[in-house]
Write a protein that binds this ligand. Structure first.
Ligand SMILES: O=P(O)(O)OC[C@H]1O[C@H](O[C@H]2O[C@H](CO)[C@@H](O)[C@H](O)[C@H]2O)[C@H](O)[C@@H](O)[C@@H]1O
Length: 341
């Protein structure tokens, strides 16, 4: 009886449930260690549920309802307005994996993003270098913001994105930091050399220090080392993501500013009928959620399979739900467009 009621509750909350050998299985819980590593479930395995986690997630979903369950009210609000889409990359369009160089996007996801971009101006704002994220995404009908928005190739039609000869020029507010970034990268390399499994990723205007493959007992040692190195370099600051420290120039620029910059260059800054939609999974995406929340209009959507503090209004559990949402969004717009033809 209790089991049946729990199953009913979870179904209402949007969980996928299956039964075998009389044991209830729910996707996606498999006991994430902490909020920094809530990427469990992205491998699609079903695992046994810890009931308190299910209850916690269910009550979190009340505050941050599934964007799939809320789809009709989202499209009702979007009708007749201009939706502008912003997407994070890692953990949103691609599952979190051990090796950052292998965070590939599926062909289905690529097709879904391409479809969405046919109907809505679409940008991808990532912590990766702009070149790297473009290499993963391989689409020409989206705009790219790399290094957490410190490197944006604005829409070709925007005056700001051309130099005198008419060549495309990226917006790079931290360009003068490049020599210092190279210097700190060498220092970081030296600092982490002794720590087994630690690795650097050069994201052009940010350096990521990954510790996903570092033994847990060394995580704090690594964090301490990196933070004390950066403390001596006031021109840099550290932000934290999923098993990664991101060393970046201490200029007041984040994914929220990048969102505003893109809205501006796309010609939407003063428009009242614009609804930005942002989907992201990590702490740095909160800056973009805040911008949308501040406008009181739009759709800030967090990707998370565990309850976490967020200013996002809606949620999706993992990249597979992001895929479902994007496909539905494109389908909705396509049917709306053909209806008015
Ligand atoms: O803003 P994002 O596009 O989400 O970038 C944030 C970081 O994403 C990448 O690291 C994360 O994904 C890796 C691959 O799945 C994973 O191995 C790592 O543990 C995650 O933190 C990227 O490699 C970093 O440089 C970005 O800072």
């Amino acid at each position: 009886m209790i089991k049946r009621n729990l199953a009913k509750l979870m179904h209402t909350m949007g969980f996928q449930i299956s039964h075998s050998n009389n044991q209830m299985k729910v996707k996606p819980f498999n006991g994430p260690e902490n909020e920094d590593d809530d990427d469990n479930g992205t491998n699609g395995n079903l695992t046994f549920v810890n009931p308190p986690d299910v209850a916690a997630y269910a009550s979190w979903l009340v505050k941050h309802p599934s964007a799939l369950n809320m789809f009709d009210s989202i499209t009702k609000e979007a009708k007749g307005k201009r939706v502008v889409v912003f997407l994070d990359y890692d953990g949103t369009l691609s599952p979190i994996v051990e090796d950052p160089d292998k965070a590939f996007m599926s062909a289905e996801m690529r097709m879904a993003v391409r479809e969405v971009a046919k109907y809505f101006p679409t940008s991808i704002i990532s912590g990766r270098s702009r070149e790297k994220v473009k290499e993963f995404v391989q689409l020409n009908n989206v705009y790219y913001g790399g290094s957490h928005g410190l490197d944006i190739l604005a829409p070709p039609r925007a005056v700001k994105s051309f130099d005198k000869k008419g060549n495309e020029v990226a917006f790079q507010p931290a360009k003068s930091y490049l020599p210092a970034i190279q210097e700190i990268s060498i220092e970081l390399e030296d600092t982490i050399r002794e720590i087994q499994g630690a690795r650097l990723e050069d994201n052009k205007f940010c350096i990521s220090v990954h510790y996903r493959q570092v033994p847990p007992q060394d995580h704090e040692i690594l964090k301490e080392k990196v933070k004390s190195l950066v403390e001596n370099r006031p021109e840099f600051r550290v932000t934290e993501g999923k098993m990664v420290l991101e060393v970046r120039p201490s200029i007041p620029w984040n994914k929220g500013d990048a969102l505003n910059y893109l809205l501006d260059t796309l010609g939407f800054s003063n428009a009242e009928d614009v609804l930005p939609l942002y989907i992201g999974d990590d702490r740095t995406d909160e800056d973009a959620f805040k911008v949308i929340a501040g406008r009181r209009e739009g759709f800030p959507i967090i990707v998370s399979s565990i309850p976490k503090d967020t200013v996002a209004w809606y949620s999706l559990r993992d990249p597979s739900e992001v895929l479902a949402f994007l496909l539905r969004l494109a389908k909705w717009k396509k049917s709306e467009t053909s209806f008015f033809k």
